[in-house]
Design a binder for this molecule. Structure first.
Ligand code: NAP
Length: 312
């Protein structure tokens, strides 16, 4: 039986979250408190530059203070540690994000562990990772937090659900699995060595794909009625592949011709329709939720650090 598949509107949920954050910022400002985010950008990776620009623009849109710290691609670990130490002690800064990836010469784990846990709005510090593991977290990685919030607002039942997460990165897969576990889902985590991946995925009531491989998840991975969350952000640059994935008459083909690429997820763009209950589109699904949750994490960090409690 053909199922009417519902697109999950990550953009709309992200707008709601941002509007709520902006409202709280207005309230804090009336008490002379302005939340502040510092973004640290090392080197000139064009994708990183675009991500940082968009995060800083969102801060401005929501009335948040922000600073971009730009450092050359030759920066050493010690020089970066000095900058982080400065931001750790800055009164105006509540959240510090170090845009990844860092250049090869930099000791990334040392840098992530140097950010004060109270200002670690990406949730990458080992203390915050440990708190996420035992369920006492206040700051956790933004992408999985955003996904959880979208599932909650879309009324998707997690308690007792079979959740399969494909991907076990520290940024998406692992924290996603922990968050779902805390919501009482039964969680399976898959990776590149998982045997019979389609069969394992077919168990899922909720399938999260965070792999980085265009259209890895096809119809044979999907149980009828599954909710599919596609975290992947992959570029397809070939017109032939775009036609194969989206259909020859899709506007995506024009996009690849004119822009040189189109964005795809880890889930085949057409296969879930008619099988899944709901699916996130790419783009416009998970991406906007990540930035919205970065803003929310910064607000949370601000309120905790400046001991702001709700008026009762
Ligand atoms: P990552 O660190 O490269 O991790 C990828 C994971 O996928 C790894 O655990 C890997 O397994 C697994 N994997 C690779 N090939 C596989 C296969 N054929 N079958 C099963 N598992 C496989 O990537 P990430 O940082 O988690 O990001 C994943 C995707 O999400 C990327 O496309 C990224 O651009 C996107 N992303 C989007 C957002 C957003 O805001 N929309 C945010 C973050 C990431 P092993 O561990 O065995 O190597």
């Amino acid at each position: 039986m053909e199922i009417a598949t519902r697109p999950l509107d990550g953009k709309k949920v992200a707008q709601q979250i941002k509007a709520e954050v902006a409202e709280e910022i207005r309230e804090l400002k009336s008490r002379s408190i302005v939340p502040g985010l510092a973004a640290v950008l090392v080197g000139d990776n064009p994708a990183s530059r675009i991500y940082v620009r968009s995060k800083i623009k969102t801060c401005a849109d929501l009335g948040m203070h922000s600073e971009t710290v730009e450092l050359s691609g030759e920066t050493t670990t010690d020089q970066l540690l000095d900058k982080i130490d400065f931001l750790n002690h800055s009164e105006e800064i509540d959240g510090i994000l170090v845009q990844l990836p860092l250049p090869d010469q930099i000791d990334e784990p040392q840098i992530l562990a140097a950010v004060r846990p109270e200002k670690d709005v990406d949730g990458f510090h080992p203390i915050n990772v440990g708190k996420l593991c035992i369920g006492t977290y206040t700051l956790a990685p933004c992408t999985p937090l955003g996904i959880l919030e979208m599932l909650r607002r879309e009324g998707i039942t997690l308690k007792g659900a079979e959740a399969v997460v494909v991907g076990r990165s520290d940024i998406v897969g692992k924290p996603m699995a922990l968050l779902l576990l805390h919501q009482h889902a039964t969680v399976t985590v898959c990776h590149s060595r998982t045997r019979n991946l389609p069969e394992v995925c077919r168990r899922a009531d909720i399938l999260i794909a965070a792999v980085g491989r265009t259209a890895l998840i096809t119809r044979e991975f999907l149980k009828p009625g599954v909710v599919v969350v596609d975290v992947g952000m992959n570029r397809v640059e070939s017109v032939e592949e775009t036609e194969r994935l989206f259909g020859a008459d899709s506007p995506r083909v024009l996009e690849t011709r004119s822009k040189g690429y189109t964005l795809t997820g880890d889930v085949h763009p057409r296969d879930p329709y008619g099988i899944a209950a709901a699916v996130t589109p790419v783009p416009g699904g998970v991406g906007p939720l990540t930035i919205a949750h970065l803003m929310k994490n910064t607000l949370t960090a601000c309120k905790a650090r400046r001991a702001v409690f709700a008026r009762g």
